[in-house]
Design a protein around this ligand. Structure first.
Ligand code: ASP
Length: 356
């Protein structure tokens, strides 16, 4: 569906154009190429139409649409990409369907420990929080770390203290509780109390072996947004509850700048979702940027190299979203589906869940 959008409008108008019109086509295709301004994700994994109810599917699509509308409202008024990605992620953090903010998954100890990061592609400034339990919207705290501190990452109680001082809304940890995620924890613990599980999974993750992993039935519920604003500046944001039954203090890729989140005006803005340990080890987001910067690859080719080749080769799975300054995008995933959506410069919103 998204591929179709990339076809120049001129293509249809010209049909079997004479050779003399070929140059016109070339010119028009550049001028009329669809320009995306924001891409979001709500996690990738074994998301099959056969195991989804129409109501649930509609709820996910509505959640994605609402997040895109929030981001587009900022961008269309000439706001910054940093404000836009924060706004979109905040909407998904407030939606219990996604594994971020309200609806975050539970740790082995029955707590909700969340991670988030944001990055400004113009300045390369970044902010992140990890292992936080009382900040209603962890992405706002990540933003505060970026804007109001001299640091890039703050964790645990220190991050919470800082977020409170910075004016972020603090809530009781019980705010994040949802019955669905609580039941998931009990299920994983009953199956094997030592294993972790990614959001919505129907099976637990076994430890990685040298050759790869033993369980391929994964789903991920992290949320993320990437955007380019009218000034041509890029930004990325990611927020997550991590993995069900994760050990105390476990941090995934999402808040690690360069692993799950990265933005650089010279290349692109990226937000990842997947089995974090693999994304950290491959420094996925920064490597996509490096492939573009040092190897001259397009955003699409660089993203595919990591998600369709490097990550699965190591035994991991997941996906990412990326956008460059020209509004070219990539949304590869090596799983059955990925909750995702795009909005173009003229406000056209599209959301998708499954492969095609
Ligand atoms: N990447 C996240 C983590 O490992 C999980 C996810 O994408 O759902 O914490």
């Amino acid at each position: 569906m998204f591929k179709r959008l990339l076809l120049p409008v001129a293509f249809l108008a010209l049909g079997s154009a004479a050779t003399s019109k070929a140059a016109v086509y070339e010119k028009d295709s550049v001028a009329q190429k669809v320009r995306y301004v924001m891409v979001i994700h709500g996690g990738a994994g074994t998301i099959l139409k056969s195991s989804m109810t129409p109501e649930k599917e509609a709820a996910y699509k509505a959640g994605l649409t609402k997040a895109l509308q929030a981001g587009y409202a900022v961008l269309s008024k000439g706001g910054t990409s940093v404000d836009a990605v924060e706004a979109a992620v905040e909407v998904m953090e407030d939606n219990p369907l996604f594994n971020a903010g309200k609806g975050a998954v539970f740790t082995n100890e029955g707590r909700n420990e969340m991670d988030a990061a944001i990055m400004n592609g113009k300045t390369l400034q970044a902010g992140a929080v990890a292992g936080v339990t009382t900040i209603r919207n962890p992405i706002t705290a990540a933003r505060a770390v970026m804007d109001k501190s001299q640091h890039v990452m703050m964790v645990g109680p220190g991050a919470e203290k800082f977020a409170k001082q910075a004016g972020c809304e603090i809530v009781d940890p019980s705010y994040f509780y949802t019955e669905d995620r609580w039941k998931s924890l009990q299920k994983v613990k009953a199956a094997d109390s030592t294993q972790m599980q990614l959001d919505h999974d129907s099976a637990v993750h076994k430890p990685a072996t040298k050759l790869g992993i033993e369980n391929k039935d994964h789903k991920f519920g992290t949320v993320g947004a990437v955007a380019v604003d009218k000034a041509g500046n890029l930004a990325a944001a990611t927020s997550t509850g991590g993995m069900t039954n994760k050990k105390f203090g476990r941090i995934g890729d999402s808040p690690i700048i360069g692993a799950g989140t990265y933005a650089n005006n010279a290349t692109c803005a990226i937000s990842c979702t997947g089995w974090g340990e693999f994304f950290i080890r491959l420094v996925v987001a920064k490597t996509v940027s490096d492939l573009m910067e040092y190897k001259g690859m397009s955003v699409e080719a660089a993203s595919a190299e990591m998600i369709m080749k490097q990550v699965p080769q190591l035994g991991g799975d997941g996906g990412l979203i990326a956008i460059d300054k020209e509004g070219n995008i990539a949304m590869p995933f090596n799983t059955a589906g990925m909750y995702r959506g795009t909005v173009t410069a003229d406000g056209k919103i599209e959301v998708a869940i499954y492969k095609n």
